[in-house]
Design a protein around this ligand. Structure first.
Ligand SMILES: Nc1ncnc2c1ncn2[C@@H]1O[C@H](COP(=O)(O)OP(=O)(O)OP(=O)(O)O)[C@@H](O)[C@H]1O
Ligand SMILES: [Mg+2]
Length: 259
């Protein structure tokens, strides 16, 4: 469903946003994209909607060859990939209802249909009572919900959420992740970029780890539960260490962890 093959992105400044990244996400999966600031998470999302082109490599979303996509297919790609941008991109002079309506307006949906779709999306994210407010009148968590609703109105097969819990307290973060998880359970493929380790651990989904534009997690095919078993193994080696039984096994684990 999503496939990056050996993708590099060198910006005009000479900085490599991504270096030789290969990854794939199956239809219906929920995957975390994890990495410190500047590791390339947003760059991957921008490449997936062809907001920018890679310097090298190929990118596929469904049947679309994103790099070689004809211009007339661009809107089809973007309809099928909903994005919750890191900076939300809500228009401050429009109500929440109008903001969520925007993609439908652009796509030319009839206003009667559009109203129904927007109401249903606002209901899904729990914002019905705030629909006539302006963005400045909402909390951070509510604004995230509004941006999620806007990303869903065209019924995308894929939802990309860029740091949707970035500035939120842990209870609100959890509510947002629960919402994304519910959306995923209805069949939408979800890729969520995050720093939030608590959220990642509690959901037990696949994690793709980036560092300085490269994939660093060799275990990207494993679920967190499997990783926990290995961490447990590491705990045991720590016990050995306390008993003065430090082995080569411990050294190699430490190397891998700091990679
Ligand atoms: N338009 C651009 N021009 C030049 N360099 C850029 C551009 N966009 C991103 N970069 C650089 O590419 C690297 C990856 O940036 P990116 O925004 O993808 O990181 P990120 O993982 O999303 O970080 P954050 O967690 O802070 O959002 C960084 O070094 C960044 O400075
Ligand atoms: Mg980012």
């Amino acid at each position: 469903m999503i496939k990056l093959d050996n993708v590099s992105k060198k910006f005009g400044t000479g900085v490599f946003g991504l270096s030789e990244v290969s990854l794939s996400v199956d239809k219906g999966e929920f995957v975390f994209l994890v990495g410190s600031t500047g590791s390339g998470k947003t760059t991957i999302f921008r490449l997936l909607i062809r907001d920018t082109l890679p310097t090298e490599g190929s990118i596929f979303v469904n049947e679309w060859d994103v790099v070689n996509l004809p211009k007339n297919k661009l809107s089809t790609l973007r309809k099928n990939v909903g994005v919750v941008f890191q900076d939300l991109k809500l228009l401050l002079d429009r109500t929440i209802f109008e903001n969520v309506m925007l993609p439908l307006e652009v796509a030319g949906a009839s206003s009667e249909d559009a109203v129904k779709i927007v109401e249903s999306a606002l209901n899904l994210v729990g914002l019905t009572e705030h629909k006539d407010k302006f963005p400045i009148q909402l909390s951070g968590g509510e604004l995230q919900r509004a941006a999620i609703a806007r990303a869903l109105v065209l019924s995308p097969e894929v939802l990309l959420a860029d740091e949707p819990t970035g500035n939120l307290d842990s209870a609100t973060s959890w509510e947002i992740v629960k919402l994304l998880s519910d959306i995923n359970k209805k069949g939408t493929t979800v890729v969520m970029a995050t720093h939030n380790l608590d959220v990642i651990k509690s959901l037990g989904k696949r994690v793709i780890r980036l560092e300085k534009g490269k994939i660093v997690d060799k275990e990207k095919g494993k679920k967190v539960s499997e990783k926990h078993q290995e961490d447990h193994k590491e705990d045991k080696t720590e016990e050995k260490e306390e008993k003065g039984e430090l082995s080569e096994e411990k050294l190699s684990l430490t190397e891998e962890k700091t990679e």
